[in-house]
Design a protein around this ligand. Structure first.
Ligand code: UDP
Length: 367
């Protein structure tokens, strides 16, 4: 068979590109090393509950074009992410907002909160914070840094907060209003029926082969392809010849509780102290307002990544970013391969940014 595009990886980048190319009459084959489509947004229905098998995904965007686009493939519910942080037996609302400040310090007004934060960030204040610790303290002060950020972040990334880039913590809003919405974006929700359905709809009518790696597939096929869209790890594509980019990996421990209707009262509870080994517990039924029999929860344990493990988060520090630049130079020389997605361009992308970048790539490529 002669294809225009071989798309390696059926996650969001691959699925969006494939959909766009197919709708322009291009012949596409999508392959994936897993036995399921949808990459890390894969959901599976268990006991009437859509379980996020590779970690919780909440869709949010301010990009109208992206929002309209995803709504072509699924209906979105009106879920708003409002996680709770648990430190010892204290519970706090996230993101950092007046509910958090009020619980932490027993205060009531934005002015009181600002005063405490200003006081707490005085020590070692930097105009331009150089690492995550400096950035966190300058945003929310020492108390919140110590209780809600330090332990969680060190578990999540396996590195000290002083060795991590500041931008990671700037993902979270800090608000002086009583607003527990974790995101500032205009649009937010969960696809009704799960993310797998959404990706399935994107891939409708497109050839898909599962359970095969890129290299094995290429070695064993007679099919031909004009171009490859590669969404796997860029360093793996080049056989790690310049060294390995670092990732953080995750281990998910799932538990079904047939006799429990509501385990924690919220989709996400973050365990922010260093002495609990997992970072969060997800209770999946709450993404869809509680339907299902019993409940399914997942404990999320961060872990160090080594080749062969599932890479989840790129670790975008100076060492890795400059190694990536070298891989990027190699990638630019591969004239018939386009690299994309979180792993292909080694960037801590949110879903909406992946879609935007796939649409942009498709627009250029298919013009
Ligand atoms: N974070 C934290 N405490 C929390 C939640 C998040 O310190 O309870 C920090 C942590 O450094 C994390 C970053 O904020 O890596 C970004 O969190 P986000 O929820 O965006 O991460 P993701 O959902 O992508 O894992």
């Amino acid at each position: 068979m002669k294809y225009d595009y071989l798309i390696v990886g059926s996650g969001l980048f691959g699925a969006v590109f494939a959909h766009e190319a197919a709708s322009k009459g291009k012949k596409c084959l999508v392959i994936d090393k897993r036995n399921n489509i949808a990459g890390n947004i894969y959901t599976a229905e268990e006991h009437g509950i859509n379980v996020h098998k590779y970690g919780a995904h909440i869709f949010h965007t301010s990009d109208r074009k992206v929002w309209d686009y995803v709504n072509e493939f699924a209906e979105f519910n009106n879920f708003i992410n409002a996680p709770v942080a648990k430190y010892g037996d204290e519970l706090y609302n996230l993101p950092f907002n007046m509910n958090t400040f009020s619980k932490m310090w027993g205060i009531q007004t934005p002015e009181e909160a600002r005063k405490i934060i200003d006081e707490q960030k005085k020590d070692g204040f930097k105009e331009n914070p150089e690492n995550l610790e400096e950035q966190a303290i300058s945003l929310v002060g020492k108390d919140i840094y110590e209780k809600l950020i330090k332990g969680y972040t060190q578990k999540q990334w396996g590195r000290k907060c002083t060795e991590l880039p500041a931008f990671i913590i700037k993902r979270l809003p800090v608000r002086f209003t009583f607003d527990n919405n974790y995101f500032n974006d205009r649009y937010q929700g969960i696809p009704v029926g799960g993310y797998t359905k959404l990706v399935e709809n994107m891939l409708k009518g497109i050839d898909v082969k599962l359970g095969v790696t890129y290299k094995d597939f290429i070695a064993g096929t007679d099919d031909t392809f004009d171009k490859v869209i590669y969404t796997g790890p860029v360093d793996e594509y080049f056989d790690f010849r310049l060294g390995t980019l670092e990732y953080r990996s995750l281990r998910f421990e799932e538990e079904y509780m047939p006799d429990c209707d509501n385990f924690q009262g919220n989709a996400a509870v973050n365990y922010t102290s260093a002495d609990v080994p997992y970072t969060r517990i997800i209770e999946h039924k709450h993404f869809e307002f509680g339907k299902g029999d019993g409940t399914v929860i997942t404990r999320e344990y961060p872990s160090e990544w080594k080749p062969g493990d599932e890479p989840y988060y790129p670790v975008n520090n100076d060492r890795n970013n400059s190694l990536y630049e070298q891989y990027k130079a190699l990638a630019d020389e591969e004239k018939n391969v386009i690299f994309g997605g979180r792993l292909g361009v080694y960037k801590y992308f949110d879903m909406d940014k992946v879609i935007a970048s796939a649409l942009e790539t498709a627009e250029k490529e298919l013009a």
